[in-house]
Design a protein around this ligand. Structure first.
Ligand SMILES: Cc1cc2nc3c(=O)[nH]c(=O)nc-3n(C[C@H](O)[C@H](O)[C@H](O)COP(=O)(O)O)c2cc1C
Length: 308
């Protein structure tokens, strides 16, 4: 018997494999391509209070070992999400798999949206709310929280006042003071830290002699950033006790194990899904096989093992 149960604070998952926000749609669209119910959780595409059109196209450029994107949090807004999307999500996924990701321009935006979601969906409806304080692309708000401890404190204090649901704070670790930010997150009482480590980059379309992205620069996701992400998880694990749920270049079981051994309690699979919608499922199967082959009965015994 192997035990994959994973606790992210109050959030209890059947296993540690999570689909990262924005790389798995709203989950239900992928139902024909993978076994949704086997996954640990699905973090839905981030929603904001009002609809957003996102950044100008082109928004995606494949690069060696990764992907450059500049989506700009395109989404249909909270009202449309609750009315038209959530019913489909609830039909396709189990309540304890659904993580609703939110963002806004201001602290008030986040707090109001967090309150709205928490009033509409209780513990029997969704598993957690993820506060997306990570997006480096949105001109207002977003990434600012990841580098400014006071701003992060204010943001998390505001959202924690308006919800009793488990809360995950997602940050971009692309700043020098990530450990300080992680400590602020821990002090705020949230259940877990989700990380992404997407530095801004750019590419030139040499035929058009122009930047390949409409927004000129965009975050780099994919295999290229995995060593950055693993290093950040290593640092955060040494600094705080709350669970870490990183994304960043996890394409295989071995990638997931690297993160877990560096200190990740769960792993978030992002752009790997664009190549293979079953990536999360295959990583989960690989984790099970690794545990059986190595006589490991509980996945939690691997968390941070490389520090010992
Ligand atoms: C096309 C695209 C859209 C994304 N949208 C979101 C989003 O809405 N909210 C969010 O928190 N992260 C978003 N992300 C970031 C991913 O969740 C993830 O943190 C990042 O891609 C790093 O993981 P990866 O290297 O496995 O792709 C997006 C990433 C991509 C590539």
């Amino acid at each position: 018997m192997i035990n994959l149960e994973t606790n992210l604070g109050r959030l209890r998952l059947e296993n540690p494999v999570i689909c990262a926000s924005g790389c798995f749609g709203y989950g239900y669209e992928l139902a024909d391509y993978t076994d949704l119910h086997s996954l640990g959780a699905i973090t839905l595409k981030t929603i904001t209070p009002e609809p957003r059109n996102g950044n100008p196209p082109p928004r995606v450029k494949e690069i060696s070992s990764g992907i450059l994107t500049s989506i700009g949090l395109q989404n249909p807004g909270a009202d449309f999400f609750m009315k038209n999307i959530m019913p489909k999500v609830k039909e396709a996924c189990k309540p304890n798999q659904i993580i609703v990701s939110i963002a806004g321009n201001t602290v008030e935006d986040y707090a109001n949206l967090c309150a709205t979601i928490s009033e509409k969906y209780g513990k029997g409806d969704i598993a957690a709310i993820e506060i997306n304080a990570a997006c480096p692309n949105v001109k207002l708000g977003g990434g600012a929280f990841c580098s400014k401890p006071d701003a992060m404190r204010e943001l998390l204090s505001a959202v924690m006042k308006v919800t009793t649901l488990p809360v995950i704070a997602k940050i971009n670790t692309n700043y020098d003071n990530t450990v300080e930010i992680a400590k602020v997150i821990e002090e705020s009482g949230v259940d877990a830290i989700a990380t992404t480590s997407t530095p801004l980059g750019m590419s030139i379309d040499i035929k058009k002699r122009k930047p390949a992205l409409g927004n000129i620069k965009g975050p780099i996701s994919g295999r290229a950033i995995r060593p950055i992400g693993v290093g950040k998880v290593w640092d955060i694990y040494r600094a705080v006790k709350i669970p870490i749920s990183p994304s960043g270049g996890i394409y295989t079981t071995e990638d997931a194990l690297e993160y877990i051994m560096a200190g990740a309690t769960a792993v978030e699979i992002g752009s790997a899904h664009f190549i293979n919608p079953r990536a999360s499922l295959e990583i989960l199967e690989g984790l099970k096989a690794f545990m059986v082959e190595n006589g490991i009965s509980d996945i939690s015994s691997l968390v941070g093992v490389a520090h010992k």
